[in-house]
Design a protein around this ligand. Structure first.
Ligand code: SAH
Length: 350
């Protein structure tokens, strides 16, 4: 079967030609997909024969809402969408003065095993296709009725562990015939897969790379993030330097503040040693407590931030959105997986 939803208009055009259809149908199909349709019946300007062909390819496979939670505090919306195979993904729509941003997943589950993260508890189930990653943006915009201008690839999964599909997604979401979201409005967050960072650097895209650092020293980082054990912090910073040299884009470092683990004055000093004089930004994240983990949020966030700023390293503290609905990544899917009455759990076990 052809994965039509992961195709560019040019690829759809070629597919249409193979089906004996005129070339202009390719763009039409892409535009229909971009509207988040739930059946080929809605593609009213396409001939019936072509719609049947799309159905035969399993073409539409829309996302359906399994659960939806809206924050009373700030309007954040967390979705639990069900994929056609029964797996679930949970984009979060956040409302900012500069526009609406959606946080999306790149995989079902995650293989990286970070000690503080809810997404990795059940391991990686599978990669999402480019079309599935894109559909999170399209269906969230459609269901909420809110125009989306920014995307963060910071939901479940490690985007650079699903490189080809994520790269293709970037092409699709950026396409003028579709969502047309500019690269500068997209952030990609990675736990630090060095080969992936180097590959991305070669592409010279203008997106923002966020690196989940969480500790400046190998001992702490390797304990928190298994991905660090093979490569180490030195090699990660070297890759980040290469990335900046190639793209000229400032790198953002994510740092979840964990009580007594990575929040000491010594670690702030080490981090400043690493970043002083470089073009970087540190995003300090108050740790979200994950039930499966004994790690606790730090009470030293402000002091840590001051210490970095004194050394000239820009650091901000991430504002928590949707705290009344548990909107942090992995939480809703975890709940659905745990809840024995949940349909999604039954389906995920199939
Ligand atoms: N795999 C990618 C993207 C997904 S995680 C990555 O590692 O960057 C998105 C961000 O949330 C990462 O910075 C991750 O480290 C952070 N995160 C995960 N669990 C968290 C928690 N319990 N509290 C705070 N931040 C967390």
């Amino acid at each position: 079967m052809a994965d039509l939803k992961s195709m560019t208009p040019a690829e759809l055009t070629a597919w249409c030609k193979d089906q004996g259809q005129p070339a202009f149908r390719g763009k039409q199909i892409f535009q229909w997909f971009s509207r988040g349709i739930s059946s080929t019946e809605e593609m009213t300007d396409l001939p019936k024969a072509l719609r049947t062909k799309i159905d035969r390819e399993g073409g539409i496979s829309p996302l359906t809402v399994e659960r939806k939670q809206v924050s009373k505090l700030d309007g954040t919306i967390q979705y639990l969408w069900r994929l056609p195979d029964g797996n679930c993904i949970e984009p979060v729509l956040m409302r900012y003065p500069h526009g609406n941003s959606v946080c999306i997943s790149s995989q079902v589950g995650c293989a990286m095993g970070c000690a503080f993260c809810a997404s990795t508890v059940g391991g990686r189930v599978r990669n999402l296709t480019a079309g599935e990653i894109l559909d999170q943006v399209i269906f969230t915009q459609k269901d909420s009725g809110l125009p989306i201008s920014n995307i963060v690839l910071m939901g479940i999964g490690e985007p650079l562990d699903n490189y080809d599909h994520v790269r293709k997604f970037l092409t699709l979401v950026n396409h003028p015939d579709g969502m047309n979201i500019g690269m500068r409005h997209i952030s990609l967050s990675t736990c630090g897969l060095i080969k992936g960072i180097d590959r991305l650097a070669e592409e010279g895209l203008q997106l923002t790379l966020s690196v989940s650092l969480h500790a400046p020293d190998d001992e702490t980082r390797s304990a928190l993030m298994p991905v660090n054990r093979a490569t180490g912090v030195d090699a990660l910073f070297a890759a980040c330097r290469r990335y900046f040299e190639k793209t000229g884009r400032r790198i953002s470092y994510e740092y979840a503040m964990i009580d007594g683990v990575n929040d000491t004055p010594r670690q702030a000093a080490l981090l400043a040693d690493r970043l002083e004089g470089t073009v970087a930004h540190v995003n300090l994240i108050p740790l979200n407590h994950v039930e499966e983990s004994s790690l606790q949020p730090s009470s030293r966030v402000a002091a840590f931030q001051r210490q970095l700023e004194k050394r000239g390293v820009t650091a901000t503290v991430r504002r928590r959105l949707g705290s009344d609905i548990d909107a942090s990544c992995g939480q809703l899917r975890r709940k659905a997986l745990r809840d024995p009455r949940s349909d999604s759990r039954r389906r995920e076990r199939r």
